[in-house]
Design a protein around this ligand. Sequence first.
Ligand code: PLP
Length: 400
Amino acid sequence: AFRRSARLSGIEVSLIVQISEKAREAKARGEPIIGLGTGEPDFHTPQHIKDAAAAAMAAGDTRYPPTAGTAALKAAVVEKFRRENDLVFTPDQILVSTGAKQVLFNAFFATLDPGDEVVIPAPYWTSYLDIVRVCDGVPVVVETSADDGFRITAEALRAAITPRTRWLLLNAPGNPSGATYTPEQLRAALAPLADHPAVWVLSDDIYEHIRFDGGPFVTTAACVPELRDRTLTLNGVSKAYAMTGWRIGYAAGPKPLIAAMTAAQGQSTSGACSIAQAAAVAALTGPQACVAEMVAVYRERRDLVCAALDAVPGLSCPPPGGAFYVFPSCAGLFGRRTPGGAVLTSAMDVATYLLEAAHVAVVPGEAFGAPEHFRISTASATADLQEACRRIAAACAALS
Ligand code: PLP
């Protein structure tokens, strides 16, 4: 009989995928489902980026790339960090991988021994926990509160650190909460790390460009220079340039860490697709107006969805500082009864009700360690978002 490895036991299809599957089945039955589950830009990849890929293919750029990334893309990444983040790296401090997700995998695979701990603030991107577990690590989830803007506090961080802690994983703007930090807030939150020199920081900056708060972008290596020698800065082209399918992410950090991650990558993918890397060079070095145009649309959508949902009794939806999600609290609906007679007691109940009654697929907060909220992706067509908000309001009004 088939037997899974112990490493994979307990790693199941994520709640996000489960809801998407349910939505897909309902759609197949002919129900007018609006899917707001997945976090992926609805825009096309900008034309100049596609052209660069076509040119690379035509020029025969079709052979094994160097494991850590092509010289051209590593140079573009070095330049990106210098230009946008005031961070100076050498090419041997850069790793290009098959999506930001594989950077995370490489980092944990290369550094965690069984039982090593990774501190992860909740709400978190679902995959963080499973990637840590697959790499034999132990995720240590730290609660944050909506009142603190879903930012980790110094007290909570200090309390979470043990002799087994290897990493703190930060993500701002955050998926799903959209949380961002000011430089002062980040420095204050990370202050306990001064007493714990063995703890490294992984800063997942994938939503760097999708920000509405007007402030400067804040990343640990630049904002807290004392931590720079133990920080891995993670980014990628998926979200900012509508390039989710190209699978290019990258990271910068201390040489020994990058070398270990490169060794891990060498025995898994041998490096990211050469053609996609050529496209990523065009994304990072080409005109940047496409990013601002998409962000302006995400902002409009954020504003319209937050205004519509915040007006619904039982929902609370303050506008997030970044990323393309809104993350309303639905705790005000708990205890209410559906027309079918069921009592709503969790975000999962609310998401299930919205799928059945409003034909709108959202992701329940349980998927992110935030059981009083649900997530709506605003990387969805504006007309769909407007219609979804009308239906959610009607479904909530039908509760008794
Ligand atoms: N990090 C966060 C916080 C994300 O939300 C995602 C995608 O959903 C990723 C990383 C993965 O990005 P990529 O598509 O480049 O693997």
